[in-house]
Design a protein around this ligand. Structure first.
Ligand code: ADP
Ligand code: MG
Length: 196
């Protein structure tokens, strides 16, 4: 189940790599799609060695691949998200376990990035998603929250990451890491919907 989920996420990101790069060209250095694609390819290559392992172990291993293989800010941050999620997940997680684990993982990203909500980063998607999950919203609702939160980064002025160098000129563009976060969440929500 976890490897199916990770495979779906990896393909969702890889197939949108060009769009993610275009978003980063507008307010960053244009490598976000490339970084994420590379990371997801490394994760896909690792998956066969992880079959039969508990979901938390699979996530931890995937996160380590992202940290090791991806340059840029996003590798360590998405890697931390996956590793912390993996550490916090019990072997057979229920919805509450998932909500608690996501809260810890998002806090781990914020600590690693020295960042918080409102700075035009992936946290602007991950924090509302975490709140929607712990608030009991359905998969379809959480997916909508994630996509709307990525859209909402267009209006934010960046104060963390490379886009912050642009100051006010970062306004009017979607944050690339927020969009990849929303893609990841949307893919997971779609999968949860069909397997429920
Ligand atoms: P780089 O910025 O090193 O070129 P990427 O382009 O791969 O790395 O990733 C950029 C994304 O990383 C941003 O769109 C943002 O969402 C996220 N990001 C950057 N810095 C931080 C931070 N300090 N905290 C949280 N997210 C961040
Ligand atoms: Mg970049």
């Amino acid at each position: 189940m976890m490897d199916e989920l990770i495979t779906a996420v990896a393909h969702a990101i890889i197939s949108r790599a060009e769009h993610l790069t275009a978003l980063d060209q507008a307010i960053g250095d244009g490598d976000h799609g490339h970084n994420m694609k590379r990371g997801m390819e490394a994760v896909l290559a690792e998956l066969p060695t992880l079959s039969g392992k508990p979901p938390g172990e699979v996530l931890k291993a995937a996160g380590m691949q992202l940290v090791m293989k991806v340059g840029g800010a996003s590798g360590p941050l998405f890697g931390t998200l996956a590793m912390e999620l993996g550490k916090a997940l019990p072997p057979d997680p229920d919805r509450n376990d998932l909500a608690n684990a996501l809260a810890l993982a998002v806090a781990g990203v914020a600590a690693r990035g020295k960042s918080e909500r409102g700075q035009k980063t992936m946290l602007d998607v991950l924090i509302p998603v975490e709140q929607a999950l712990s608030g009991g919203q359905s998969s379809a609702q959480i997916k909508a929250v994630a996509l709307a939160a990525a859209e909402a980064t267009i209006a934010i002025k960046a104060t963390r990451g490379r886009a912050s160098f642009l100051g006010d000129r970062s306004i009017g563009h979607m944050d690339p890491g927020s969009y990849s976060s929303a893609l990841i969440i949307a893919t997971i929500c779609d999968k949860m919907d069909t397997s429920a």
